[in-house]
Ligand binder design. Sequence first.
Ligand code: BTN
Length: 259
Amino acid sequence: MDLLREEIVEKMGNSKLVSKIQVFSELDSTNRYLKELAREGAKEGTVIIANQQSAGRGRLGRSFFSPENTGIYMSILLRPEIELQKSVRITSMAAVAVARAIEKVSGIEAKIKWVNDIFLNGKKVCGILAESGFNTMTGALDYVVLGIGVNVGTIEFPEELKEIATSVCNECKYTVTRTELIVEILKELEYWYPSLQDGGFLKESKERSLLLGNEILVVGTGESSYQAKALDLDDMGHLWIEKAGKKELLHSGEVSIKI
Ligand code: BTN
């Protein structure tokens, strides 16, 4: 069944963050569409939701499986008034917010796989993709489109995802509706968004980390990969690792992690 905008708006009530919600039966990508609106001057807090995506995007140029009726495909427009270097915190802040929302509705501990994936029982249920736009004259941050994709009721996954992906309803015993999870996510985002400034979300980010203290495989852009130990997160949400006895700081744009 299609998602109902009125139901989402009613359950949301007043929000300090959300200014407008639009729901579509289908879009190619909610991130792509909202970036277009952002460039045309849309307001912070504009939320775009689709019942399915024909070209859902993931990190590092990957696609995001976005079948109809079973997932949340949502993008939120942010125009944070913070120093540019702090804007890299957005994905980590959002991961904390979304993990808490998923845990609240499912009753299952939600873990964060640095930097943008949420896991339930060792499998991915959610991916986050933050895409930024800059003022071409000044170089200042103009907007961030925060894209969130959650497998809520999906039962069948394509062959290549079967072993690594799951859905909220697959993992928990009771029914979770997309509407209630959308509302929870938006409420948690409203709560955590101000903590971008002082990094207040970082403690919880570490507590929910799937990686810290564990051996990981770091896969670089050129398919080169190496073993390392995940040590800690710094104040910006970058990952400290130990590689061949030496400490190194990883930035999320450059690598993917296997566990
Ligand atoms: C990832 O797993 O690498 C990130 C996936 C992000 C998917 C969401 S779904 C809503 C928004 N629109 C997109 O095209 N992508 C994000």
